[in-house]
Design a protein around this ligand. Structure first.
Ligand code: M6R
Length: 615
């Protein structure tokens, strides 16, 4: 949700922190702020709005240079996006500065206690109490890490905290509970951040922190302890991508770059997972084959775009394994008392690995005895750490708030899991698996071909910039594709966009069709399941008869749709189950171009943040 950076070393902390915040701005852009230790005291600046406002403020009133500093880019929870509510927050003496991601649930009573003891709190945030509590504890122990441990033991909720104290000028302290924080280790310097992207330009040597950990950074080393002062839970790892992956690389937006990276992301996600004989080798799925054979039900939990990947996974899992599969919005899951046991396999899909709703759903599932397999894009993040097993998607860092390459790779990973279940349970013959694997291997090239033919889609999007509504229809796996197309358009173009199961339209939503309303229809392959195809062709005729402007996505060679398509978008022929991998791509391009045409911020749409680390 928010982006946090901390630095101690011999470089200018302000420069390092500001550059780090730039890379984390996708996590929140309601306000930004920094604090550095210089000349025996703390100096800082904070501004509502995007990072550029803070940059301007720092040009007008430069800060003194020092080697220790922290910074924050905010997605507001408690208190509006004002200068006063921006982080860092200070104690009354201005000796402690703290930045925070998450929610401190018991802040109201802590605030009341502090007020009784004479503290004056000036913001509307939950964070400010931490600065005051740290100041109190530090005055007794003169040790910021110890003060942090003591304070954290009093906090309820989910939080990442990073703090500095003017009396310990070469120290940065961080803490995490249920919220992301990684350490970067350089030569004579160390970094703290919500995401490795913040320090990848300086070091690829990282440390992931376990739950309820406090970390103390000094120039010459990093010390990790539990909130109780006991031994730390931390794991060092090497970040396997470099700074170029976190840059726009000549594209106007990260989203455009990430759309273009999809052929590679898809191919990379297959890499090393198929042996020369064409069987699947998912050794990383540490759940033994015997346990997978016992599975009686699969439940997929996820949010947003990842949820749409789950909806598509259900078709593949049930078709290839004959195991019943439910797909549930993670935010609803644990509140309906789901029926789970040791024979349930829960698949938690998350790009970031930090989505709080998904994390809470998987914890609930594990408490009920279910096994959890994470499908995740972020190495070492909380969701894979807390799962029984993980299948990483190899999309590389996804920076744009709107998920694109993560979605395609989540689909590939889910197809692999479904096939693997079919392999170990014997519901799929080896040659059937090899045939699907061959089709999957062709997808990268097919996505490449889709990308080469997108100019008419961009033109069409521009021509619809003044519309208020776009509807999306699909059947079978085309239905979640329709939902995903609508979600992309909502979040980027701020238009009324809705996805429907095409067959459901006549049960109510068809009343929305009026003259010239654009309706995007995802048409399944005419081959094989032609009943599905015929039915959707009828649906297209029904809406066209009522004045809709039809935008039809259909595979090459499907001539039956031609008479009913006001605009026809061709995608390469694929087996029906795999069609979402190609049919989604034009919808991403469509939404991106419409957002641009409407003058919207493509990478940072209003009100949103990339990782949603609050429930
Ligand atoms: O990091 P996750 O995959 O868990 O995120 C889930 C959703 O928040 C995310 O997919 C969101 O819906 C995207 N902004 C959609 O483009």
């Amino acid at each position: 949700m928010c982006g946090i950076v901390g630095y101690v070393g011999s470089q200018s902390a302000l420069d390092v922190v500001m550059a780090g915040l730039k890379r984390l701005e996708y996590r929140g852009y309601d306000s930004a702020g920094v604090a550095v230790l210089a000349d025996g005291g703390l100096a800082g600046a904070k501004k509502a709005g995007k990072l550029v406002n803070l940059e301007k403020a720092l040009v007008e009133r430069p800060l003194l240079a020092g080697g220790t500093g922290i910074g924050h880019t905010r997605w507001a929870t408690h208190g509006g996006p004002t200068d006063g509510n921006a982080h860092p927050h200070l104690d009354n003496a201005g000796r402690v500065a703290v930045v925070h991601n998450g929610i401190i649930e018991n802040f109201a009573c802590l605030r009341a206690e502090l007020a009784e003891r004479g503290h004056e709190l000036v913001s509307e945030t939950d964070t400010e109490v931490v600065a005051h509590l740290l100041a109190e504890e530090f005055s007794a122990c003169a040790d910021l890490a110890e003060a942090m441990r003591l304070v954290c033991r009093r906090l309820e909720g989910a939080f990442t905290l990073v703090a500095v104290h003017a009396d310990e000028p070469d120290v940065v302290v961080g803490a995490r509970r249920n919220s992301p924080l990684v350490v970067g280790v350089g030569e004579g310097e160390a970094f703290l951040a919500s995401d490795v992207a913040a320090f990848i330009a300086h070091t690829r040597s990282a440390i992931e922190l376990g739950q309820d950990q406090v970390v103390e950074l000094r120039r010459d080393g990093v010390t990790v302890t539990g909130f109780d002062g006991g031994p730390g839970d931390a794991r060092s790892y090497h970040v396997d991508w470099d700074v170029s992956a976190a840059e726009k690389g000549g594209y106007d937006y990260f989203m455009l770059k990430e759309i273009a990276e999809q052929p590679k992301a898809v191919a990379d996600t297959l890499l090393g997972r198929i042996d020369p004989a064409g069987s699947l080798t998912l050794d990383e799925v540490r759940i033994p084959a015997a346990a997978l054979r016992e599975v009686e039900k699969v439940v997929v939990v996820a949010c947003g775009t990842a949820f749409h990947a789950g909806l598509i996974a259900k078709y593949a899992i049930e078709h290839w394994t004959r195991v019943p599969c439910e797909v549930e919005l993670a935010s609803e899951f644990r509140y309906r008392d789901p029926i789970l046991d040791a024979r349930t396999l829960v698949i938690a899909i998350s790009q970031s690995g930090e989505t709080m709703d998904t994390l809470m759903a998987l914890r609930h599932a594990r408490e009920q005895g279910a096994k959890v397999l994470a499908v995740c894009n972020t190495n070492g993040s909380t969701i894979p750490r807390e799962s029984d097993a993980v299948l990483y998607t190899h999309a590389g860092p996804e920076v744009a708030v709107a998920s694109t390459k993560a979605f395609l790779t989540q689909l590939v990973a889910c197809y692999l899991v479904a096939l693997y279940l079919g392999q170990v349970r014997g519901t799929k013959w080896g040659d059937e698996i090899r045939a699907v694997v061959r089709d999957l291997a062709d997808i990268s090239g097919a996505v490449e071909r889709v990308l080469e033919t997108m100019e008419p889609v961009r033109e069409l999007a521009r021509s619809l910039a003044d519309k208020n509504t776009v509807l999306f229809l699909g059947r079978h796996v085309g239905y979640p594709v329709a939902l995903e197309g609508a979600l992309k358009l909502k979040e980027l173009a701020y238009m009324h966009a809705e996805g429907f199961a095409a067959g459901e339209l006549k049960h109510g939503p068809i009343a929305l069709i009026e003259q010239d309303v654009p309706v995007v229809v995802v048409v399944p392959s005419p081959r094989g399941r032609s009943v599905l195809h015929d039915k959707i062709v009828s649906n297209i005729q029904e809406i066209r008869a009522r004045g809709a402007r039809t935008i039809v996505i259909a595979e090459e060679g499907d001539e039956a749709v031609v008479p009913y398509a006001d605009h026809l978008i061709r995608v390469p022929a694929t087996p029906t189950l795999l069609q979402p991998l190609v049919a989604t791509v034009p919808l991403q391009v469509f939404a991106c171009e419409l957002a641009t045409a409407r003058g919207n911020e493509v990478d940072q749409p209003r009100n949103l943040a990339k990782s949603v680390t609050v429930e």
